[in-house]
Design a protein around this ligand. Structure first.
Ligand code: ATP
Ligand code: MG
Length: 199
């Protein structure tokens, strides 16, 4: 049965009181650790949306992309050129073809050294560590070291980590975790990656 308008306005009034109380209670500030994981599309693009928001306030952002198959993405073309953005592509040395594990570990560790420079830079309001989860899952990076460096970052610095199958240690230390579910993806219907949507 649909509400009559008096019932509806009473119900909405109660809802507003609950929401207002929750908003009034959430009055703290801190640098957040966000983890965007899951098999659905939208993890990296959400992270880049937060880079755009950050720049909108005149703050600075650092982006480290740990796995990358191409250098001509829309995000790098646009955000990589903005003043206030440091853009690092750290995955170009991975040796998928030769499967040389030692070389991959060396590439990952060189990449993490750059990430450490972002995580100790107090001028950065936001740091994005895009596709970091894979390096942890392959054992290319030491999880304890990564967690230690994340914990030691400047207290007001926000960090967004993306990638499928985020390890438990990251989920535990994160303030916000979203798991994007794969319900449908156009790729499986034979549509190739579309400029501005997928890359
Ligand atoms: P996006 O960068 O679009 O936000 P993502 O970061 O969530 O995607 P990744 O696993 O990093 O996802 O994959 C990046 C690329 O793969 C994008 O082109 C994206 O559209 C595509 N993709 C993501 N999820 C799926 C999926 N479930 N099936 C097929 N392709 C996918
Ligand atoms: Mg991604």
């Amino acid at each position: 049965m649909p509400d009559n308008s008096e019932q509806h306005s009473r119900r909405m009034g109660r809802k507003k009181a609950v929401i207002d109380a929750a908003i009034a209670k959430a009055d703290g500030d801190k640098g957040l650790l966000l983890v965007l994981t899951g098999n659905g599309k939208g993890k990296s693009s959400s992270a880049f949306g937060m880079v755009a928001r950050t720049l909108g306030y005149g703050y600075k952002a650092g982006v480290a992309q740990f796995l990358k198959s191409r250098r001509d993405t829309g995000e790098e073309r646009f955000l990589g050129d903005q003043p206030g953005v440091q853009w690092h592509v750290l995955g170009d040395g991975f040796t998928w073809d030769t499967q040389n594990r030692d070389a991959d570990i060396a590439t990952a560790q060189r990449g993490w050294a750059i990430a450490q420079s972002l995580l100790t830079d107090v001028s950065l309001h936001l740091v994005v560590l895009d596709e970091l989860t894979y390096l942890l899952n392959y054992g290319y990076l030491d999880e304890a070291q990564v967690c230690k460096d994340l914990a030691a970052r400047p207290p007001m610095q926000h960090v967004v980590i993306t990638g499928r199958a985020a390890p438990d240690a990251l989920l535990e230390m994160a303030d916000t975790v979203s798991e994007i579910q794969d319900i449908k993806h156009a790729f499986r219907a034979g549509v190739r990656a579309q400029a501005g949507i997928d890359l």
